[in-house]
Design a binder for this molecule. Structure first.
Ligand code: PLP
Length: 392
């Protein structure tokens, strides 16, 4: 194990040791193809189905409603593409301004293809404008895609209420639950969603595997076309070892969710409350009451997020920033900008996202490190608070 303090679990998670153990036989010895006629390969078909049942159980779905994918992005793309392809006369799609690029950029793509796309705004707390969403739905609407929980702020959207409204209007509803799964309970028997995306590497399974829930009866058009795998709904030889890993990770998440959430909330709040107390000019981005248990997004005014991350990196602390360079894009966080977070605060934003593997000692170490780091950076910055206050 590395000696890093890893607080970037919304980016990716450590593969659980139990998941690695479950996968190893399928990487080492049981390398057959589940579609093969011979027993060596064919026996894997049953194992894939066991994993499907484990994933289904995490969201209380039927196993037949689960399609294995290569990642969350594929699930999101497939959900949207399938929705528009299976309703060729409808040319309108609705999403939010704060989706992950896996949805947002696919909607931009649809826009370039001639679809009308409505992007629903959020308020300063990150809450969706539900009136705008209700008003945007019309007879031409093929699908609505609203994320369950935001990857940057952790803010949770009222997916159940939105789904009820859309069901009355007969509109297909997709939710990207990549960040919500395994962190808060999801039950598709109570959630009126037609399609729901999951990703393995956010729940302690490996990268490169995910799942798409497709409610029985939802019209579905495959995105990846080829062989007959996944009952013709997603072609390509199954990533058996990773599927087994995803199944195990889903089983662990379901088992541990109830105990894990209060543990994560206590660590997250310990960190947040300490930083609010010890660092001046700090704000929390997103409503604190309707958030994922593991996520906090803080803005430190008058400092660059990149600079904070680099200093934290020297202490082996891993986090993320909503400012441009560290997020790997040219633009600062579209989520924080959509919330109207002031420019200086967007640039000084840091996301800490926790997992079951974090400890109180790690959090206390970060609580110790942060105040001097912020003080030092502010004293160096040409935009530091002291310098700003001396400006005419
Ligand atoms: N949706 C959300 C909300 C995410 O946070 C991510 C990844 O960060 C994705 C989709 C994409 O998932 P993947 O990395 O598995 O493609």
């Amino acid at each position: 194990m590395s000696n890093s303090i890893y607080l970037d679990n919304n980016a990716t998670t450590r593969v659980a040791p139990e998941v690695i153990e479950a996968m190893l036989p399928y990487l080492r010895d049981l390398y057959g193809n589940p579609s093969s006629m011979h027993t060596f390969g064919g026996q894997l078909h049953r194992k894939v189905e066991d994993a499907r049942a484990q994933v289904a159980s995490l969201i209380n779905a039927n196993p037949e409603e689960i399609i294995f994918t290569s990642c969350g992005t594929e699930g999101d793309n497939t959900a949207l593409m399938s929705s528009v392809e299976s309703q060729p006369r409808k040319k309108h799609v609705i999403t939010t301004r704060v989706e992950h690029p896996a949805v947002l950029n696919f909607c931009h793509h649809l826009g370039r293809k001639g679809f009308r796309v409505t992007y629903i705004p959020v308020d300063s707390q990150g809450h969706l404008d539900l009136d705008a969403l209700t008003k945007a739905v019309d007879d031409d609407t093929a699908a609505v895609s609203v994320m369950y929980a935001n990857n940057e702020t952790g803010v949770v959207f009222p997916v159940e209420g939105i789904g009820e409204m859309l069901r009355q209007r007969g509109v297909v509803f997709h939710t990207d639950a990549v960040q919500a799964a395994g962190k808060i309970p999801l039950d598709v028997t109570k959630l009126p969603v037609d399609l729901l995306t999951l990703s393995g590497h956010k729940i302690h399974a490996p990268k490169g595997v995910g799942a798409l829930y497709v409610r029985k009866g939802t019209r579905f058009s495959p995105y990846i076309i080829g062989g007959h795998q996944e009952k013709g709904r997603r072609a390509g030889t199954e990533n058996v070892a990773s599927i087994i890993g995803l199944g195990k990770a889903a089983e662990l998440a379901a088992k541990q969710l109830r105990n894990e959430a209060p543990f994560l909330i206590s660590l997250r709040d310990r960190l947040e409350n300490a930083l609010l107390k010890t660092c001046p000019d700090v704000r929390i981005n997103g409503d604190r009451t309707t958030r994922l248990p593991n996520t906090t997004n803080l803005s430190f005014e008058y400092v660059e997020g990149e600079a904070i991350l680099l200093r934290l990196n020297e202490f082996n602390v891993c986090a993320s920033s909503g400012s441009a360079c560290t997020s790997g894009s040219l633009e600062p966080s579209h989520v924080l900008r959509a919330m109207g977070v002031p420019f200086t605060a967007v640039h000084g934003s840091i996301r800490f996202s926790l997992s079951r593997y974090n400890t109180e000692e790690e959090i206390d170490r970060v609580i110790e490190i942060m105040p001097p780091v912020i003080r030092e950076l502010r004293s160096l910055s040409p935009f530091g608070r002291d310098k700003m206050s001396r400006l005419p």
